[in-house]
Design a protein around this ligand. Sequence first.
Ligand SMILES: Nc1ncnc2c1ncn2[C@@H]1O[C@H](COP(=O)(O)OP(=O)(O)OP(=O)(O)O)[C@@H](O)[C@H]1O
Length: 376
Amino acid sequence: MTDLTNTVKATDRADGADTASKDKRGASSIRMQGLRKQFGRDSVALAGVDLDIDAGEFFTLLGPSGCGKTTLLRILAGLEEADDGQLKIGGKDVIDVPPHRRSVNTVFQSYALFPHLSVRDNLAFGLRMRGEPAAERNRKVAEVAEFIKLGSLVERRVDQLSGGQKQRIALARALVCEPDVLLLDEPLSALDAGLRGQLQVELQRLQKRLGVTFVFVTHDQDEAMVMSDRIAVLDSGIIQQVGTPSEIYEHPANAFVARFMGHDNLFAITASDSNWVDTGLGRLQLDPAEQRDTPDGWLLIRPETLELGGDVPADYNRLEGTVEERLYRGSRIEYRLTVNDHPLTAVAGNLGQRIHDVGDRVTIGICPEDLVRVAA
Ligand SMILES: Nc1ncnc2c1ncn2[C@@H]1O[C@H](COP(=O)(O)OP(=O)(O)OP(=O)(O)O)[C@@H](O)[C@H]1O
């Protein structure tokens, strides 16, 4: 696939694009400043979004239903007009550039394929619309079909394909036009869990091989963490945090991000004194790096960092709790505990250690470095 990996047709790029904003394979950076969009009188979809996406990055927009992910993606594609703000793709201001003049392509959740046409005709559609000669079209279609490992299916009609095959064709159809940026709006959400997991890995590998900038939309935290270089978490049209998957999971910027990333163990801080905090669980020592001037906010305790039973090292926090519920999950065991009448969840890898029973009193060891303060 030399065409896809090394070249992008100069004519597809918006005029005057700044080559410094593109990497050597033709991927483009994206810069958004103050993007706003309101529908009707009071539905604010985007409340002023500032975001920089690097060329060649796998970037994910993550958030609950209605947070503005799709609206932002549609503005990038040129399918929706922003009320206010600036948008640069590849260093070029594109806010007034129509969709077909942007070197951007979109893979939709519904695939948007023509069911009665063959795979070949679906793949060739965009190239035909662009007026590419038949020989060139056929060569590119054959290449992309081979690349996506569906070379043997090019004569099949799309309505004779499985969900996973349709997803691959939708992806191939978007890639065959050699965009600098590929936008993907929940492209895996219609697939069952097994196939979805497999395609997450395939898609991530494909992106790394092509080096094209991917902007991926999902509401699935695991999917975002598995695939992305960086993630932006959105809520109510506002970016709450931008970071790598580990930054977002381990150091959420606020309680919304913490809860959205699946953290249940959040405890209100009622008082703090240097690196000690008071919470409903008791008084706990933090790493000095987590020291704050104000006593407000939340304390996050990740369930997998708790050590249950056994001796607690002298420099650890030590609590006692009662096992209220035990959920056996094969590779790990989840315990629902109460500590001073507060619920606390712990997760232990299933490594052959003692399994605690419902009703057991257990010691809980917490390393100060594993405690994270989270803004309100
Ligand atoms: N065409 C429209 N007319 C009116 N309101 C709209 C329109 N499109 C989106 N909205 C509203 O804007 C907000 C953001 O919608 P958007 O589709 O961007 O969210 P989303 O995060 O992609 O949600 P989902 O995950 O459910 O697709 C929502 O409150 C939605 O109801």
